[in-house]
Ligand binder design. Structure first.
Ligand SMILES: NC(=O)c1ccc[n+]([C@@H]2O[C@H](COP(=O)([O-])OP(=O)(O)OC[C@H]3O[C@@H](n4cnc5c(N)ncnc54)[C@H](O)[C@@H]3O)[C@@H](O)[C@H]2O)c1
Length: 257
């Protein structure tokens, strides 16, 4: 894999978990990193700087169109280009369909996929200047499979796949690709909270719940944020230029389509 030296990468939801690891990996490939989140981004920025890269933290609530445009402008003014945009910010929700309020539905939708549209719209004109760009969108195995009491999450993660394909066909001729990643269970705070909730409602301990899931994963381990970050680094590279509009599973062998 060639490095990403000279490239500028923006990652949303990058204060922790998968987003943080994506930043660190792209930094180690030489990219300058814009670390975006509603939480404090200092730890991620520090880890990127330790890789010898340049990095800046930005407060960004991906639900806010004006903030998105401002942050995109700020990054462009700082580094004069944006090459890679990773739409990673996301929230999970475990609620039975009859209990999902309209407000909750809108919140999950706004963060998990409407934001991808708003961010893409803001950054496309900048990528077009160099006729080169990479959109990498975090979907989930829940975007291909279906799980009980996850209607908002499953729906939004499936929508990410449609959005990614639409970007891919529209932008491919301008040197800009778009791909989605569909992780299985990856060890982060989101997964821990989800499994704790599921363990509680099923009357088992967290360890028992994790064991039961582990038995279903062919590679017999949970994924790590580093696993996802490595795939993002490849999709962001020059060599991945002929991969476009795909939804790539990274789940230890749980899903085959
Ligand atoms: N962990 C998993 O098992 C798993 C599996 C499949 C897909 N994913 C997807 O990967 C992505 C990252 O998940 P994670 O496990 O690292 O989650 P996480 O909860 O650990 O991190 C999510 C980050 O998004 C940020 N965020 C939330 N709302 C935001 C907003 N409005 N604006 C900006 N940032 C916001 C949070 O502050 C947090 O830093 C998500 O899109 C998630 O759906 C995760």
């Amino acid at each position: 894999m060639k490095g990403l030296k000279g490239k500028v990468a923006c990652v949303t939801g990058a204060a922790q978990g998968i987003g943080q690891e994506i930043c660190v990996r792209l930094a180690s490939e030489g990219a300058k990193i814009a670390v975006m989140d509603i939480q404090n981004t200092d730890t991620t920025v520090k880890r990127c700087l330790q890789k010898g890269s340049e990095a800046q933290g930005y407060f960004l609530d991906v639900r806010d169109k004006n903030q998105i445009h401002q942050v995109v402008q700020d990054v462009y003014e700082c580094w004069d280009r944006i090459d890679i945009w990773v739409n990673n910010a996301g929230i999970f929700d475990n609620t039975a369909t009859v209990d999902v309020s309209e407000e909750l539905w809108d919140r999950v939708s706004d963060i998990n996929y409407k934001a991808m549209f708003l961010c893409s719209q803001a950054v496309i004109p900048i990528m077009e200047k160099n006729q080169w760009g990479r959109f990498i969108n975090l979907s989930s195995m829940a975007g291909k499979m279906a799980y009980s009491e996850e209607i908002a999450y499953c729906s939004t993660k499936a929508a990410v796949l449609g959005l990614t394909r639409a970007l891919a066909v529209e932008l491919g001729g301008r040197g800009i690709t778009a791909n989605a990643i569909c992780p299985g269970p990856i060890e982060t705070e989101m997964l821990r909270n989800t499994y704790q909730h599921l363990a509680d409602i099923n009357g088992v301990t967290l360890a028992e719940w994790c064991d039961s899931i582990l038995k279903t994963i062919p590679v017999a381990r949970f994924g790590k944020p580093e696993d996802v970050a490595a795939l993002v680094a490849f999709l962001a590279s020059e060599e991945a230029g002929f991969i476009n509009g795909q939804s790539i599973n990274i789940d230890g062998g749980l899903v085959f389509f």
